[in-house]
Design a protein around this ligand. Structure first.
Ligand SMILES: Cc1cc2nc3c(=O)[nH]c(=O)nc-3n(C[C@H](O)[C@H](O)[C@H](O)COP(=O)(O)OP(=O)(O)OC[C@H]3O[C@@H](n4cnc5c(N)ncnc54)[C@H](O)[C@@H]3O)c2cc1C
Length: 396
């Protein structure tokens, strides 16, 4: 019997986890990963690359993928679900599949003009080229220049503190349309505020940024502030590939999948990670994160294996335990959360929390490697028993 062809689009946290799990467990499947580069990018370290506390976030895929996985360095430009083909940017010959995992991840959220979200002329940290660009911009700034980070979610907090700690000659400003730490427990929010104060980060709350140029930014209230470098850290957007291919998407362009991570009406197509939206209660709490991409990648692999074996779907379940936030290299915050991602309980802060976060970053890569050697070894916290209807997850 001919091997069944599994195509995995995207070698991020979800795609690599799925490829290793499938290649080791389903010898009858021929697994091919399509990714634009031969490196896996540890996106969770890109703020470190930008701040020069780490040289690179690239890990050669050859060192991560199960040797049975084939890697095609290319970009998928269109999926043809009727013919079960994927067209590539760099090759006239499309790739055929029996099962497909859509795991193309996310990047920079485009600014929405007129919404006060129009800081798109600045810098970003969403992918490796953006982090490299920001790194060289920071390097070129004269002492005393102001760097504004727009967005005080987890990525914005990690970025502003990383730069503030490593670039003491620059002035750092954190701008948010809400309040800092609004999504943490009161003790978590106090710890973050104390750290920002210690690093002399100016905090501007309840303010939108309308536009920016090389030396200033303009708020939605019309105030013009000095800013030699404005960095957008206010959410991720996904590639348009699913929608362009006629597959069902949510309003953000994420591939819509059911609770078993399968795309309804398109048998054999599965989705996981930032680029997929799990419809229904099982997906309500899932925010774009490495913390959900890894378990969803593992469960998509199990779903694909069952599909190829003619088995029935089984619902995926992924939940959260902790929000692990670096606040520079010298401090961090570990905020416990419920499985549904609601902050709770006492926090761990300071250098111990920084150490814990560093261990988590190392573990993500170790888990991917371990799954290649011992398929099925990765385990994760299950999702909430009953998702709260009022809680809709955003991005990290
Ligand atoms: C600075 C920063 C810090 C972060 N810190 C954390 C953290 O501490 N904890 C946490 O949980 N999350 C964190 N995140 C979020 C986390 O990185 C993402 O949610 C996670 O990377 C999503 O994984 P993924 O596998 O879905 O996609 P990605 O990791 O984005 O990988 C997708 C892959 O698909 C490839 N691809 C894209 N288009 C195509 C195409 N057309 N064809 C083929 N391949 C394609 C991409 O090049 C990429 O290799 C952070 C993000 C940033 C930017």
């Amino acid at each position: 019997m001919a091997a069944q062809r599994v195509l995995i689009l995207g070698a991020g946290y979800a795609g690599v986890m799925a490829a290793n799990r499938l290649a080791g467990r389903s010898p009858a499947a021929r697994v091919t990963v399509v990714n634009p580069a031969a490196d896996f990018i540890e996106r969770i370290r890109l703020h470190q690359v930008a701040a020069r506390t780490r040289a690179s976030a690239a890990v050669p895929l050859g060192s991560l993928l199960n040797p049975a996985v084939e890697l095609t360095v290319d970009s998928a430009v269109r999926i043809d679900p009727a013919r079960r083909l994927v067209h590539l940017a760099g090759s006239p010959a499309p790739l055929a599949y029996d099962a497909l995992l859509y795991a193309v991840g996310s990047g920079h959220a485009p600014a929405t003009p007129g919404t006060g979200d129009d800081a798109g002329c600045g810098f970003g940290v969403q992918d490796a080229p953006s982090a490299a660009r920001l790194r060289s911009r920071l390097r070129s700034l004269a002492p005393g220049s102001t760097v504004s980070v727009v967005g005080a979610g987890l990525t914005g907090l990690e970025l502003v503190t990383e730069i503030a700690e490593s670039h003491r000659h620059l002035r750092l400003r954190l701008m948010t349309r809400g309040v800092v730490g609004g999504d943490l427990t009161p003790s978590g929010a106090r710890a973050v505020r104390a750290r920002l104060a210690r690093l002399d980060v100016e905090v501007v709350e309840n303010t939108d940024v309308r536009s920016c140029d090389e030396s200033t930014l303009t708020t939605s209230a019309g105030a013009v502030l000095p800013s030699a470098c404005t960095v957008r850290a206010a959410g991720f957007a996904v590639p348009p590939l699913a929608g362009d291919s006629g597959l069902p998407t949510d309003p953000h362009g994420r591939l819509l999948v059911d609770s078993s991570l399968a795309c309804p009406d398109h048998p054999g197509i599965f989705g996981a990670g930032d680029a997929a939206k799990v419809a229904g209660p099982e997906g309500l709490h899932l925010r774009m994160s490495c913390a959900s991409a890894l378990p969803l990648g593992a469960q998509a692999a199990d779903g694909i294996a069952a599909h190829l074996d003619g088995g029935g779907p089984s619902p995926a379940s992924a939940g959260f335990l902790l929000r692990c936030i670096s606040l520079g290299r010298g401090a961090g915050l570990i905020q416990p959360v419920t499985a549904g991602d609601h902050p709770r309980g006492p926090v761990l802060r300071g250098p111990l929390a920084a150490l814990a976060k560093e261990q988590v970053c190392r573990m993500t890569v170790s888990w991917l490697r371990a799954e290649s050697r011992r398929p099925g070894s990765f385990s994760w916290p299950r999702g909430p028993k009953a998702a709260l209807p009022e809680h809709t997850a955003g991005v990290r």
